[in-house]
Design a protein around this ligand. Structure first.
Ligand code: SF4
Length: 185
């Protein structure tokens, strides 16, 4: 209902499934909540299989309406990973993580956290020049090492950059070309 109203106003809504263990948008201190296994994906609510099927059908329908090709592929790639994990116990795709390597997150106060699930910061760009924080900092080196050994997670704002920078999304696109209607199980 609300979606129909805002769509008429030219505003698009893309629903998503919330995690139980985010770290970045919490108001308490810095926390490390990275997944302890490759299956580290816990939705905020407990859904029945029937509810999940309905949710995914809606999300897939919504993704078909996206006109921007890059945006659509990113949403569908993310959706496939969510569905594989919570409906098929299958932790794929699972691209190598590039957080704090190929991109950084920047909080409004200038702090640079590790990633969505690890809000520990490696410094603050208001007090430390980027070059020093990115290239010369021991904290950054240590956190990059932690990222390197992480099990992997599944949240669009991390997995989409991971899929693009590692080239993992190319396999997904190739699958879409071969099986256009079966990309999301
Ligand atoms: S895979 Fe990367 S983004 Fe995800 S929890 Fe691990 S370090 Fe963070």
């Amino acid at each position: 209902m609300s979606k129909t109203i805002v769509n008429k106003m030219g505003v698009k809504i893309y629903p998503s499934i919330a995690f139980k263990t985010p770290a970045l948008y919490r108001q308490d201190d810095e926390v490390k909540n990275v997944p302890t296994s490759t299956m580290g994906f816990e939705p905020y609510f407990d859904f029945s299989d029937e509810e999940l099927r309905e949710i995914f059908a809606t999300l897939e329908e919504d993704s078909a309406e996206i006109t921007d090709f890059t945006g659509k592929m990113a949403i569908r790639y993310n959706l496939e990973g969510v569905k594989n994990r919570i409906m098929h116990d299958d932790p794929t795709p699972n691209p190598k993580c590039v957080a704090l390597n190929d991109h950084l997150r920047l909080l409004p106060d200038g702090a640079v956290p590790v990633c969505y699930f690890d809000s520990r910061t490696v410094g603050n760009l208001r007090s430390t020049p980027f070059r020093k924080l990115w290239f010369d900092s021991q904290e950054t080196r240590e956190m990059r090492n932690a990222v390197k050994h992480c099990n992997g997670c599944w949240i669009a704002c991390e997995t989409v950059p991971n899929s693009v920078y590692t080239g993992n999304i190319l396999g997904f696109l190739w699958k879409l070309v071969i099986f256009p209607t079966k990309s999301v199980r």
